[in-house]
Design a protein around this ligand. Sequence first.
Ligand code: SF4
Length: 377
Amino acid sequence: MMHDIGLYLYANAEGEKRLRVMVGGGLGRTPILSQQIREDLPWQHLLSYVEAILRVYNRHGRRDNKYKARIKILVKALGIEAFSAEVEQEWQHLKDGPAQLTVDEYQRVADAFVAPTYQLLPDDHLNFGSQLMAFPDFARWVSRNTHAHKVPGYVSVTLSTKPGPETPPGDLTAAQMEAVADWSEVFGFGEIRIAHEQNLILPDVRKTDLLALWTLASEQGLGVANTGLLTDIIACPGGDFCALANARSLPITAAIQARFNDLDFLHDLGDFSLNISGCMNACGHHHIGNIGILGVDKNGQEWYQITLGGAQGKSASLGKVIGPSFSAEQIPEVIERVVHTFVDYREVDERFIDTFARIGIEPFKERVYPPCEEQLA
Ligand code: SF4
């Protein structure tokens, strides 16, 4: 929902592949969630419909101004109805033409994706339960860092690159990369995927191999059970490396990870995303973090603006600015206050984003901006 064009593929009641087409999203200096332009588009029209969108953009888009040369700006200017009408009109010339996908073409491409030779395995192996009981840290890692697989007996595994404050998110040494490459062959089919959360995925791991993989990953500092938790921070390189930055991201990340170093507490908090960008270009996707941190420049000094309530995925939302920005030193305390406000208002095992949707931003504001005598240290 935050892309220029978003395509959501689904099967309708008859089992036919259909597309929901979203258009006009984007982050950066003008964050906008996309809007639906088409529901129920048969997959055969995928290319012609996207081409119609691009043609309308080419005709009316603001190519004269690099800050406005985005589909989202055009959709906002015209309104979704007018934009949609233009696209439909354009599409009438393109549909059923050479860009229409055929079953033969679909099959030609599908044939290039050869499924690996999975073993026939039971979904659970006999020792799995006792391994989980014997190694609580392993059980915790399994609960956060493995994901269901469509083939029985297999899971996909996320290797977290966020072990703690010593390592910037996404940084790996050559030795770690060599190790992961080896594991991809020993515990899979030689495939490694990179997640936009700055973690690594081994997509086809047998459950019988999980304990061995976790043991090796832990020795390499890649076995931390924090996927999707508060310390699984997405951070851009910020002022340490990027010439466009207003402020540094990595020391802020490290300070937050140092403050929240209790894994039990993090697991109790549950799903929580925290994203940091060093400037409004938003490479850290701060708008869609449950907590977003944006580096801003005030008279040559580094300051940080906080947003709350952002989310990615099917229920994506843009975070709301909580108020005036903070100095780097104040950030860990601010995050702590946000987290404890959540804990105080949370119902049972509610996720942060659901509590936020229920109570709004005010309780957080009240706690983060206390009376003068309690000003943040
Ligand atoms: S968000 Fe800004 S500071 Fe961070 S990497 Fe992108 S351009 Fe650089």
